[in-house]
Design a protein. Structure first.
Lengths: 149, 464
């Protein structure tokens, strides 16, 4: 477990972080969550991971949309997005059934975005209950075509 | 990777700080005007009312598409990328030989717009929904929000979306088989020019010219009566007079033949409500216990019961349809007092159009029962309908029976003939001629091919 944690840190070159905060400035999560804070921000996640704080149990790693805006903008070359992606399997084992993953595409089984992201999406879309949100984009196209031709 | 270009746009005085969940207010673009106000002279605004201007859109004809991929190649050439990363995607079904193009439909009410956390998506002047590349973080939430996942990830995982090439789509010009076309569609537009005069004439006929009421009229040898009034009469007097039955059966036959056209085209109070609904904005919501379409059957049954108990037609004394006819011109003090029912009922228009007809009218309830076994129905064709991107029929339907939720899911809704008043507004406004009048036995809407998992459990929780 600790080895995997260290490997995720080194794969993402997290130790090069200079805490400039550009990643947080670029991160769309700031507009998505009302409780966005240092704990959820890319800089916060990198720093908490480096300082050995426990970030595998909260929802910290599950709010990310994996857009790589932070990675693209980082001047030190830290792959913040990759760090979150690397920490997610560890958080999944640490949290077990409590992990806020929203499951898989109803048709093909591809993973859907985690629960906080889908919850944001639902609240943004007029609060409408949209059934197609349980399909991955590729299957959604197929379903759309099935119903329209 | 590693490029440290500043992605924050220069401060723009137009971008007013707004209250929101996030910290950053600089990136918020001004909200796009939902519906463009017709500008210019009165004549222009009237012209826009009669024949609303529609921005041209790309229309795909699956029967003509051969799946050659020219559109993809032309589109990808704009970005200098491979065709698999183009903004229009042809999905090829090799066994069935059917192809389908997925591209942005530039919805009237786009869902990607509220979903974008960066507020990078906007709906421009000519209705083109575009992504501002300066603001986009490529998070892909627009792909997740779109019913057909039209935005596409490009070669470097950046989100691309059709922007109609600024109004001159190259794929349309390049398509060798004319499967893609660029048109604003063609709505009929003349049915309303027919319906309004008919409504005015029937209003004048029943309310002003005719001595008597719509409830019971004799012109020469022909007599015409309200079927619900007849039922109350029978309940009150326990006597069936054949002459009144023959008078009332006309409306029943008319409804079986043409649906509830009497409600949409002839009812004088319906015309009054249409006028009120044109003036009054629909802004409030009625309490939930009123907003059930079964209520009108309850009102009808209660009216029959009370009629039987008190010995006269109980509902007819307050019926707005009869009141608007017999109270005209201050015939009596009682008539003037009766008139108070009209503004009371018409005030319900502040919640939904034709609220009275939807939820409470017992005459409409009786005609709804007749329309259930009627001969014609309205069908929204599956392949022509543009679904979530258009939804003009849903917003124009005065009875609110075209569910936006189904259109949002990309499903052609099945319309309830008993709730449809056959005003044909949907047929009139559909720019893609997808809404048709069909006989009862003709082919209807195809059933939804596969109910997505999660319909029952709120979505997102299946296949854990």
């Amino acid at each position: 477990m600790q080895d995997e944690f260290e490997r995720a840190l080194s794969d993402a070159a997290a130790r090069f972080c200079v805490e400039c905060g550009k990643c947080t400035a670029a991160c769309p999560m700031a507009e998505m969550y009302s409780d966005f804070s240092w704990d959820l921000s890319p800089r916060g996640i990198v720093q908490q991971a480096l300082r050995g704080r426990d970030i595998l149990t909260g929802k910290a790693v599950w709010c990310c949309t994996q857009c790589e805006a932070c990675t693209r903008t980082c001047p030190a070359g830290v792959d913040c997005c990759g760090l979150v992606a690397g920490l997610r399997p560890l958080a999944r084992t640490a949290q077990g059934a409590e992990a806020p993953v929203s499951g898989a595409c109803a048709d093909c089984g591809a993973p859907l975005p985690p629960k906080p992201v889908l919850d944001y999406l639902r609240s943004a879309l007029h609060g409408a209950e949209l059934r197609y949100l349980s399909l991955c984009p590729a299957c959604r196209r197929q379903a759309y075509i099935r119903n329209n031709s | 990777m590693g490029s440290s270009t500043c992605r924050i746009p220069p401060p723009n005085p137009e971008l007013q700080p707004q209250q929101g969940p996030g910290h950053r207010s600089y990136g918020r673009l001004p909200a796009p005007a939902e519906v463009r106000k017709p500008s210019g002279s009165l004549w222009k605004s009237w012209k826009n009312k009669i024949r609303p201007k529609r921005e041209p859109r790309m229309v795909f004809d699956p029967d003509r598409c051969t799946g050659c991929g020219t559109c993809e190649a032309v589109c990808a050439a704009r970005d200098g990328s491979a065709p698999d990363a183009s903004r229009i995607q042809i999905l090829r079904e090799e066994t069935a030989g059917a192809n389908f193009a997925v591209f942005c439909q530039h919805c009237l009410d786009p869902l990607c717009l509220p979903a974008c956390p960066q507020h990078a998506i906007s709906r421009g002047e000519s209705g083109i929904v575009s992504i501002d590349s300066r603001l986009c973080a490529h998070c892909g939430l627009c792909i997740q929000a779109c019913p057909e996942a039209a935005p596409q990830r490009g070669p470097d995982a950046k989100v691309l979306k059709c922007d109609l090439c600024g109004g001159h789509p190259e794929c349309v010009e390049a398509c060798p088989h004319k499967a893609l076309s660029f048109s604003s569609g063609k709505a009929l537009g003349w049915i309303k020019l027919l319906r309004w005069p008919v409504q005015v004439l029937s209003f004048l006929f029943f309310v002003i010219i005719l001595i008597g009421t719509v409830c019971s009229v004799s012109v020469a040898d022909l007599s015409f009566g309200c079927p619900f009034g007849l039922l109350q009469n029978i309940a009150a007097s326990k006597v069936i007079l054949l002459a009144t039955v023959f008078a009332a059966i006309f409306l029943v036959f008319l409804t079986i033949l043409t649906g509830r056209a009497a409600c949409g085209w002839l009812c004088p109070f319906g015309f009054f409500l249409d006028l009120v609904g044109k003036i009054v904005p629909q802004r409030f919501q009625l309490p939930r216990f009123v907003r059930t379409r079964l209520a009108k059957y309850g009102v009808g049954a209660a009216a029959l019961g009370v009629s039987g108990a008190v010995g006269y037609q109980a509902f007819c004394t307050v019926c707005p349809i009869g009141t608007i006819c017999r109270s005209y011109g201050l015939q009596s003090v009682v008539g003037g007092a009766e008139l108070a029912i009209l503004p009371t009922v018409a005030a319900m228009e502040v919640s939904e159009k034709r609220s009275w007809c939807r939820y409470l009218c017992p005459v409409g309830a009786l005609l709804a029962l007749c329309a259930k076994i009627g001969l014609i129905k309205i069908v929204i064709g599956a392949s022509r309908c543009k679904k979530f991107s258009c939804m003009r029929c849903a917003s124009t339907c005065p009875m609110g029976i075209i569910p936006e939720s189904d259109l949002r899911e990309g499903i052609s809704p099945k319309l309830d003939a008993s709730e449809c008043i056959m005003c044909l507004r949907c047929v009139d406004t559909c720019p893609h001629s997808a809404v048709k009048i069909r006989f009862r036995w003709q082919k209807g809407v195809p059933a939804e091919r596969r109910a997505p998992c999660g319909a029952s459990n709120g979505g997102g929780q299946c296949l854990r």
